[in-house]
Design a protein around this ligand. Sequence first.
Ligand code: ADP
Ligand code: MG
Length: 525
Amino acid sequence: MTPESQTGRPDRAALSASAPAIELKGISKAFGPVQANKDISISVKRGSIHGIIGENGAGKSTLMSILYGFYKADTGQILIGGQETEIPDSQAAIAAGIGMVFQHFKLVENFTVLENVILGAEDGAMLQPSIAKARELLTQLAQEYELNVDPDALIENLSVGHQQRVEILKALYRQADILILDEPTGVLTPAEADHLFRILRGLRDEGKTIVLITHKLREIMDVTDTVSVMRRGEMVATVNTDETSPEELAELMVGRKVLLRVDKAPAQPGDSVLEIADLRVTDEKGVDRVKGVSLNVRAGEILGIAGVAGNGQSELMQVLGGMRTGSGTIRVNGAPIDLSGARANGQARRELGIAHVPEDRQREGLIMEYFAWENVAFGYHHQEKYQRNRWLMDNRALRADTEAKMEKFDIRPPLPWTQAKSFSGGNQQKIVVAREMESDPDLLLVGQPTRGVDIGAIEFIHQQIVALRDQGKAILLVSVELDEIMSLSDRIAVMFDGQIMGERSPTETNEKELGLLMAGMTGDA
Ligand code: ADP
Ligand code: MG
């Protein structure tokens, strides 16, 4: 018998403890013609870690932004602790005990940690007497949850991992019972991600409810109790994590069976194709980005460069691709390439047999206003197969070529007369990948080949990269996805702060060791 039935008074504590922490019923949300959420219902148990997984664009962030009062649902109900709750704005969400850590932090860069934490909180008027109290509470929370950060540090001087801790502290300071994290590990090293997961488990064990949005299957398997899968705006399943598998989740996400492992034979490396010696790159602001990198890639092998974003990998690729100047030497098939900028352009690189799938496809890989067929030939239009005669390009050959590539790479919609900007991010990436991979290069540079691409297409792009390797191409791969580096590379070099921290064979290393190198720690430190 509950006290309620004895006294006739509802015991709110008991009521809400048995009710789900969050219940969403029939939530729909459209942005113009895009139905981002379709009639979604889920229930999240109090004191659990609930994962939400789905491909890019599945509607995860939209759903959670509705729960946080950032968007208003077109239809549907929100129940918090069993009570129907209106959440018109984030103040209402905070009042309902909900905290959210966004994909892009919302901290004020030139304020201190303490200032950021109290900013906008209930008693957050920055009055002297409450600052001392706030500092005390912050220190206490930080200790309790292993979220150590210096309260007086400026946000701009903190690592991304620490900035994230501040976001979590901010939510806890506002007494959040429900914490939503949107793709929190995208910017973290594996060790930082592990630390975050420890914190989340600790919070859960104290009775808090965590909603973790991610597209990474491994994280779901690692840390969640239950998981909901979204696909194209719909909620397709909710399962207990210990009763599912990565394969099953992938299939639910994509809607068909997916090969999660890359099948490949051992590499048969040949002659050296790319030789980099003492490469240095200084950026526009005079900051040294690449500090004396030496690397070698042979025909028929994939050298993967692992590292947390922002450690010089992008600049390294840009110099190789002719988009940036540098010093040192780079040889391709024995011939030095010019790094001074005089001939530093993509055309000169292509003549040397270098193909490049750049990291930033929208700015470096495509002309967004141009049609697919123009983009598919872009940079390669001088090739003989596209020439009708000395003066004219063979438009029919171009179009046929585009159609063939669109079919092979499953580019949707398969319409050559569609502007690049009208394709989704994943399909834009496939246009670039198709153009570069089909250009028969000696050396392929690939930066973040599957960023923003769904699992089904990842599988395909990975197979294509391995196929090129097996045709004897040299491949330099840069990716911030450690899984991708581990499964594709024949050798792995780890980059930190503009330098190569070490090189490992994927069969003789593990995530932990690579993670330490990615954080700048060598075994002998
Ligand atoms: P996810 O977080 O799963 O990657 P989102 O919730 O961000 O997906 O997006 C779901 C769909 O809604 C996508 O097609 C996206 O382009 C669209 N969308 C999201 N936010 C907006 C917005 N503010 N305006 C227009 N379209 C949006
Ligand atoms: Mg999102």
